[in-house]
Design a protein around this ligand. Structure first.
Ligand code: PGA
Length: 257
């Protein structure tokens, strides 16, 4: 069975002090959760300190982005090895905000995924359609392109180290989450693409998270869906109570799954 993964994407929020306080609170309240993988993705400046807080706990560290080269003259960029050295296990790649504001494309996402895997980081690769694409019935075309191009040249062994995050852009930060049915439909579609490329057995092992306005009061119905293996949480991961609520409710809900 796939172990669900709940990751908090703090985006461009929290100073070092605030990050330490938040991660301490989360650690205190979630120490006994063992059926959900918990990941915190603070900004780069807080990675080292959050890493110290969560060492030897059930919480893993993730970064929000990285560059596809391993070192050199790339002012302002961060290499995968640097992330590993501060304790990162995961790295989010191709978040829709990076695609929208920083020119990331399926091709750059693919380059980053390949480098992350080569350097020993586990990519959380984000895919998702924009509102106008959903409204013009292009959801499945967009998702298919994001998944296929993002995973170009990724082999069977490597895909097993990856997490896919389905994040409909219209649901991110809007308070308007996809319904469990809408999300499940796309998750199943993604798993079918994976099954065609890697075989049924492997596709059943890959975790597909949902992201977009996840909160304590909607996580249960989402995570109970067959192909929804957790959540990538933005806004609600910035407050101790709401992130803790999401993880605890997930932990209960998956017991009945
Ligand atoms: P949100 O963000 O939970 O604030 O909608 C999700 C994300 O961008 O990962």
């Amino acid at each position: 069975m796939r172990k669900p993964i709940i990751a908090g994407n703090w985006k461009m929020n929290k100073t070092v002090e605030e990050s330490i306080a938040l991660s301490n609170g989360i650690k205190r309240d979630l120490f006994d959760i063992d059926n959900i993988e918990i990941v915190l993705c603070p900004p780069f400046t807080s990675l080292t300190d959050v890493s110290d807080v969560i060492t030897d706990t059930n919480i893993s560290l993730g970064a929000q982005n990285m560059f596809w080269e391993t070192k050199g003259a790339y002012t302002g960029e961060i290499a995968p090895d640097m992330l590993k050295h501060v304790g990162c296990k995961y790295v989010i790649i191709g978040h829709s905000e990076r695609r929208a504001y920083f020119g990331e494309t399926n091709e750059t996402v693919n380059k980053k995924v390949k480098t992350a895997l080569k350097e020993g980081l586990l990519p959380i690769m984000c895919v998702g359609e924009r509102l106008e694409e959903r409204e013009s019935q292009k959801t499945f075309d967009v998702i298919s392109e994001h998944v296929k191009k993002g995973l170009a040249d990724i082999g069977k062994k490597e895909i097993l180290s990856m997490v896919i995050a389905y994040e409909p852009v219209w649901a991110i930060g809007t308070g308007k989450n996809a319904t469990p049915d809408q999300a499940q439909e796309v998750h199943k579609f993604i798993r079918d693409i994976l099954a065609k490329k890697y075989g049924e057995k492997i596709s059943e092992e890959i975790r597909i998270q949902y992201g977009g306005s996840v909160k304590p009061d909607n996580i249960e119905s989402l995570i109970k869906e067959k192909d929804i293996d957790g959540a990538l949480v933005g806004g609600a991961s910035l407050k101790e109570e709401s992130f803790i609520g999401i993880v605890k409710k997930s932990s209960e809900a998956v017991k009945e799954k």
